[in-house]
Design a binder for this molecule. Structure first.
Ligand code: BGC
Length: 505
């Protein structure tokens, strides 16, 4: 008993110190932890109608007046389709081990289907991969970061179960064309954001506002589509190409606002809605949707007069097919939200809906809100989220595929550096003190880009992009100089702040 008390006291002391003090000492990074940066096709490429590329749902959506907060669109963004070689120079300047980018489905398959492969489209990605490798940078490739071909959306997109066939065909094209050189594949980026915001809310393309129904149908189809792409890799490509394939899930942390059993339970439920919805079917030993969600949605559906649950069932065959289909846990994380029953009133959110199914009031406690609120700095949350993955899914290998801080501009971005320092410190705690198996860290983002419904106004870049300049000049922010030093030193130095120097690309 005394030994247990000592262990508990030591644990509480460590937790208290790490939660309450700033980064205190120089910390060496674990051997083998790889460092990189990420972008996504629609957010940086531009070239929206280049060669035979067809429209994506984000082209369509961003062309509708009033949909994008600052009135911008994704037609040109950073023009990386044209200037990708400069992106590679920036990556070299930073000294990254890898670059995570995504492929535009309608650029590679203009009909959406695999009947016709665009030479221009596949050629672009092939050159990008070759030049990364020639510069000693490993490509980490996301197959789908939300820019679905409009032609497939016209047939229902992720709400049509045939999407699993279409996605598998698309995946095969990519493995065939690039798999000799690409060794890390990410099937889908953040199914939650693209589906709950895109099918359940008026916020993202494709703007199918079917809350608590269409979004849940799309989740099931997306999981099956992901699993098809993974099984295809596993059966036909793994042996010859010797790579890995997995999914990236938004794993922001959710917890109860207070210690009341009701709030604590709401925190668990909210974490299931946030991440478990996608991760439980793939990473848990039982498979299937989280029990809490199944129960909650079934109860609410019955109350609302639906003859069956709005959450579609997964058959035992589907459960088994999806289970185990990821070679790593792709983990994106930005912040933590708190959930309480206090003040919640039925009817606060539309009925039915995802938010109504959770049924809570949420906030960021009294943490100083970040300029882009969903990146509010709560570093201990990333450690908790990593532990949530470890505890629920038998400690899988985690690739942190995104983490970053959004502002509305400025080059002297000390707040972004502070965010990175604090989050990296918490990640090192998760690795060293808790035994989480983190293999990569990825900063979002290499440069400012098209931040979805916020347009070009929200800035996440280590590099600032001049969107008024035809050449889209990129300028290193203070955070780029900081990250470069962090990579070179392979240690987290709490004192280090770079001298500003002008560096343009
Ligand atoms: C997405 C990125 C986005 C970032 C910052 C993530 O949810 O994967 O595309 O830019 O968050 O909001």
């Amino acid at each position: 008993m005394r030994v247990l008390c000592h262990i508990l006291a030591a644990y509480l002391a460590v937790t208290w110190v790490t939660a309450n003090s700033p980064v205190a000492e120089m910390r060496k990074l674990p051997e083998g932890l790889k460092l990189g940066v990420a972008t996504a096709s629609f957010q940086i490429e531009g070239g929206w109608n280049a060669a035979d590329k067809s429209l994506s749902i984000w082209d369509t959506y961003s062309h509708i007046p009033g949909k994008i907060k600052d009135g911008t669109d994704g037609n040109d963004t950073c023009k990386s389709y044209e200037f990708y070689q400069r992106d590679i120079q920036m990556l070299k300047f930073l000294g990254v081990d890898f670059y995570r980018f995504s492929i535009s489905w309608p650029r590679v398959l203009p009909t959406g289907f695999a009947n016709k492969i665009s030479e221009d489209g596949i050629g672009y990605y092939s050159r990008l991969v070759d030049e990364l490798l020639a510069n000693g940078i490993e490509p980490v490739v996301t197959m789908f970061h939300w820019d679905l071909p409009q032609s497939l959306q016209d047939l229902g997109g992720w709400a049509n179960p045939l999407i699993a066939d279409w996605f598998e065909d698309y995946a095969r094209v990519l493995y065939d064309a690039l798999g000799d050189r690409v060794k890390t594949w990410i099937t889908l980026n953040e199914p939650k954001q693209m589906i709950i915001f895109g099918y359940g809310m008026e916020r993202f393309a494709p703007n199918i506002v079917s809350p608590g129904i269409g979004d849940y149908i799309a989740v099931k189809n997306a999981l099956l589509a992901h699993a098809r792409a993974w099984h295809l890799y596993d059966k036909e490509y793994r042996e010859k190409q010797k790579g890995t394939c997995g999914i990236t899930i938004a794993t922001d942390f959710r917890e109860g606002l207070s210690d009341t059993p009701e709030d604590v339970e709401l925190g668990h439920l909210a974490m299931d809605f946030e991440a478990g919805f996608y991760s439980h079917p793939i990473f848990s030993s039982t498979g299937g949707f989280p029990e809490r969600m199944i129960k909650r949605i079934a109860e609410k559906s019955a109350e609302q007069g639906f003859p069956r649950s709005r959450l579609p069932e997964l058959s035992q065959k589907e459960i088994d097919y999806i289970k185990g289909t990821s070679d790593f846990y792709g983990f994106n994380h930005y912040s933590t939200k708190f959930y309480t029953a206090d003040g919640y009133k039925k009817g606060m959110y539309s009925i039915p809906s995802y938010d109504d199914d959770i049924g809570a009031v949420t906030n960021y406690k009294d943490y100083t809100p970040a300029p882009t609120i969903h990146t509010t700095k709560i570093p201990n949350g990333i450690r908790k989220a990593l532990n949530w993955v470890k505890d629920n899914y038998n400690n899988p290998t985690v690739l942190i595929t995104e983490n970053g801080y959004g502002t509305f501009g400025g080059n002297n971005d000390i707040d972004r550096i502070d965010y990175y320092k604090a989050y990296l410190d918490a990640i090192l705690d998760a690795i060293e003190l808790d035994g989480c198996k983190v293999a990569t860290y990825t900063a979002w983002s290499l440069m400012d880009n098209f931040e979805w419904d916020s347009g070009l106004g929200a800035k996440f870049g280590l590099f600032e992009v001049d969107f008024d300049d035809d050449q889209r000049t990129r300028k290193a922010r203070l955070s780029a100089l900081w990250y470069k030093n962090f990579i070179a030193q392979r240690s987290l130095d709490p004192e280090y702040m770079p001298e500003f120097e002008e560096k343009w690309f």
